[in-house]
Structure formats: C-alpha cells, structure tokens
Design a protein around this ligand. Structure first.
Ligand code: NAD
Length: 490
C-alpha cells in the first residue's frame, strides 16, 4: 500500500501551522475503514487568525494593484505546480476519498485547469462606459468584495475548492477556505501550489475543521465579505441565516435530485450507458448525479433489464485497485443509504438490483441499485440519496414526463435522451434546472456555467459567468469641470 504523509497542518498567513489548541482530526480511508492520517483541527481562534490574515492581504492591495495579466500569470504558476504534484494529489484523493488513481489524477489536472482558465480571464473582466453627455464621463469598475469565505463538501473537495479559489484570485479577492473534515487532503495541495507560485502571504488560507464550530465561526465572522458554499440544502440554509445577519452576498451550490427523460425514439444503449455513468460515478456521491430516469411505460421492462445487466457488470471495491463502484465516504453514509433503500422497499418500491451494502468487503460499499415500482411521492424518488441509487419512474405522455422531472424541490441538472433535435429543445426549454444534458449525462466542463434553480441554490460556478459572482459593480460618474464638454478654459 502506498503511503501518504501522516500529519497535515493548516495554511494560514503564508505558513503551515498547528491548530491553536493543538487539536487534530483523524482521517479514514473509506475503502478500508482504517485511519490514514491526521489533520490540524481548526476552530474559532484559527479562523480569526486566517480572516485577519486575509483582511490584511486584501487591504494591502498587492493582488488588486497587480496588472491583471500578471495576476493571470501567477495563476498559471499555481496550475503548473498543481500539475507537477498530480500523482501525489491523486494518491491523497484515492486514499481519503475512495476514488481511483485515474479519477484522482483527472481531478488534479482539472483543478490545475481552473487556474489556467480563470488566470486567462483575469485581464478580460471589463467594466462599461455609460454615455451621459459631453459634461460627464461615467464608467463601471468590477470590484472585488474583499475576504471570500469558502466552504467545500467532501465529494469533490479539490475541484470545488479550485474553482472558487481561482475565481477569487482572478478578481483580486482574498480567501479563507474551510476544507471538508472527511476528505480534506487534496485541498492542501492548492495551498502548497499557491505557496510555491508566490501568491502574496494571506491571500489564500486553507483550514480544516468541523462544520458546527469551524465552518459556523467562518460564516459568522464579522470581517468576511462574501460566502461561497457548496454542500447540502440544510447547511446552506443555516449559512444563509448567518449571511443575512450581515447582508453578505452568497453563492449557494446545493444538492440535487436530477432526472433524465427518455423519449421513445432514444438510442436506448446510449441512454443506458450514460445513465450508468450518471448515477454510479463516484458511487453516486455527485451533486449532479442522474438519480432519476423517467421512461415511457411501454419501454420500462426493456430499459430496466438493460440497466440491471449493466449494474451487475460493474465491479465493486477500492478505488486504488481500479474498481467501478468505489466506496461511499463513511460508515454513517453507508448506513443512511441502506436505510433509505430499506424504507423504499417497505413503501412498495422494488430493488431490481442492489439495495444493500456490498457483502464481504471491509470498507463502506453499496451495491449499484436500481429501484422500480415507485410513485413520485416516495422519499427515494424525491430526496437526494447521495449514493449509487437510481429511481425509475414511468410516464404516458411527454407533458407528464416533464412534470415528473420538475416535481421535486431541487433544480440542479436535468437530461433528455432523444434522437430528435426538436424534442430535445422542447424538453430542455421546459425542464427547471441550471444545466440540461442531451444524450450524455455530464456533457459540459470547466467552461460551462453550473449551478442550481429552486432549492439547489443560486449563483453560478464554472464558465466565464462565474466571475460575475466574485465582483460587485462600482459606478463612477465624473462631472467634467466647467461644463461645455470639458473644453479647456470652458
Ligand atoms: P454538508 O452540507 O453536510 O457539508 C458541506 C460543508 O459544510 C462541510 O465542509 C461541512 O463541514 C460544512 N458545514 C456543515 N455545517 C456547517 C455549518 N453550520 N456552518 C458552516 N459550515 C458547515 O454537505 P456534505 O455532506 O459534505 O456534501 C454533500 C452535499 O453537498 C450534497 O447535498 C450535495 O448535493 C452537495 N453538493 C453540491 C454541489 C454543487 O455544486 N451544487 C457539489 C458537491 C456537493
């Protein structure tokens, strides 16, 4: 078994430090259930230090005063260091998050790419000139907010942290980021890359702690100016209460229960493969997972049969051995998923495949699961499971399919399987979701705006649009002395 460092410190004010009180959090490998490392456990005192450091860096204006093209070049350096460390990052992501080494490496490279993508945009965020007649010059400045407080979940900590830190740096905000207590290790490499690249001291601070004390202390801190939160709806709501106290603008990337509608003319093989990738990738612990498939009644048997065959072909085991179905993050998460599956069966649902923890493995593994015989009011068909569990619903006419797809509180992603462009557009136009995939779940990338409608949140990450969430418009109106269009001596 490959080894990783046994103890990881927080990165505050340009240096690696223990927690103020010396406390630590044990980090477990979800594929084995054994402890692999410890991290310094930040609490309020550590958050206070980090926010003070980010404030000093912001007020010092070093990032802001740089020519944006040079800020971009600094970000390219961060990307270069991330790329150089990609194998180490992949191992950390594999051991504390359960992913495959290939998956971990792809994430490291994607994280690096966030820094080149937004680094390349740092000198392209322009204000506007607004015509007020010859006696005035009026223009807008896209101004940074100040200290951006960022909180990241455990499923894709590296990419989610990279996308928010990169946007913040491109727009000259400074950052205090709280990494997830279950799988923080990959995020430390962002701090390391910033350090090696020469990012000004205090501009990026990365700490690990629990949500209830460390996270809560960060979002309630009187000296933060902006919040970026990715996580569950319940935590998002609690954070918004804290934000409301001080009128702090927030970007909320929350959960989902995303559905794809399969139309009668679809390429069923393509839809089955795409659905399997949409729900079984990272054992379904993906906010944008395709957790529901809505099929015409007449095709239900065929589609279910093919999906079950696909599910049974997938291997279950540790990511480090390259398996298809990797572990869920913790014993508690495995219990929660299995409990939801058992409740669904009691409510009348049928597990056409899976529905239980995988037998004979020591880590936290759930069988790839497909539920049929569901009604839309059942919890399994409405609420996020965050595991490898697909719910199948059926419809008679297309309007009903759209209303089923739109019939939850969430609105993160949606999908359409069809060969007909007109049908694809008809459905995409009616689906209430921030991102619609046609014929390939997860079609999109760093370049495409991502975020929710309804309870899935607001604001957009990824794409050029994300930068708008990290600046506020300042309008400058100048009266040209003396009138007369500013004519000298006028
Ligand atoms: P979570 O809400 O439990 O935790 C997310 C983060 O918030 C963690 O770092 C946690 O420590 C912190 N936190 C918890 N309580 C807090 C509090 N009171 N104040 C401040 N911070 C607090 O979510 P999770 O279980 O880590 O992640 C799974 C959830 O995240 C799912 O609902 C998933 O859909 C969502 N998610 C959304 C996206 C997206 O981009 N929309 C991406 C990934 C995950």
């Amino acid at each position: 078994m490959q080894e990783i460092r046994k103890y990881w410190r927080n990165y505050i004010d340009g240096g690696w430090v223990d927690a103020e009180d010396g406390d630590r959090i044990a980090i477990e490998n979800p594929a084995t259930g054994t402890q692999i490392a410890e991290v310094a456990r930040a609490k309020k005192a550590d958050i206070d230090r980090a926010v003070a450091s980010a404030r000093a860096a912001f007020n010092g204006r070093e990032l802001y005063n740089m020519r944006p093209v040079n800020r971009g070049a600094l970000m390219f350096e961060i990307a270069r260091h991330m790329t150089e460390m990609a194998d180490e990052i992949a191992l950390a992501e594999c051991l504390d998050n359960g992913k495959t080494l290939t998956g971990g490496k792809n994430e490291a490279l994607a994280a690096a790419r966030y820094f080149t993508y937004y680094g390349g945009l740092a000198d392209k965020l322009e204000g506007r000139m607004i015509p007020l007649g010859a006696d005035y010059v009026d223009y807008t400045i896209p101004s940074p907010f100040g200290v951006s407080a960022q909180i990241v979940p455990w499923n894709f900590p590296l990419q989610i942290a990279a996308r928010s830190v990169a946007c913040a740096l491109a727009t000259a905000n400074t950052v205090v980021l709280k990494s997830p207590e279950l799988s923080p290790l990959s995020t430390y490499f962002i701090a390391e890359a910033c350090h090696r690249a020469g990012v000004p001291k205090g501009a990026v601070n990365i700490l690990c702690g629990y949500g209830h004390d460390c996270g809560a202390a960060l979002v309630a801190h009187p000296d933060i100016d902006h919040i970026v939160f990715t996580g569950s709806v319940a935590t998002g709501r609690a954070i918004l209460h804290a934000a409301a106290e001080r009128i702090i603008p927030s970007i909320m990337e929350l959960g989902g229960k995303s559905a794809a509608v399969l139309f009668g003319d679809a390429d069923i093989e393509q839809a089955v493969n795409s659905t399997a990738s949409g729900i079984f990738t990272h054992a379904g612990q993906v906010c944008s997972a395709q957790s529901r498939l809505i099929v015409p009644k007449a095709l239900e048997d065929e589609v279910v049969e093919r999906l079950v065959k696909k599910a049974k072909s997938l291997s279950i085991g540790p990511g480090i051995d390259g398996h298809d179905i990797t572990p869920v993050i913790s014993a508690a998460q495995a219990d929660k998923i299995e409990g939801m599956c058992l409740a669904a069966q009691q409510a009348g649902g049928e597990a056409a495949s899976g529905g239980r923890k995988a037998a004979g493995l020591t880590g936290h593994f759930i069988e790839p699961t497909i539920f049929t015989r569901l009604t839309p009011d059942m919890t399994i068909a409405r609420e996020e499971v965050f595991g490898p569990v697909l719910s199948i619903l059926t419809y008679d006419d297309p309007e009903e399919a759209i209303s089923l797809a739109n019939g939850t509180d969430y609105g993160l992603c949606a999908g359409v399987y069809t060969r007909d462009l007109a049908t694809a557009h008809w459905a995409a136009d009616r689906l209430i979701a921030g991102q619609v995939f046609v014929n390939e779940w997860f079609a999109g990338g760093i370049e495409t705006p991502f975020g929710g409608m309804k309870r899935s949140g607001y604001g957009r990450e990824k794409g050029q649009e994300a930068l708008r969430g990290y600046v506020q418009t300042k309008n400058v109106g100048i009266r040209i002395t003396g009138g007369g269009g500013g004519r000298p001596g006028g």
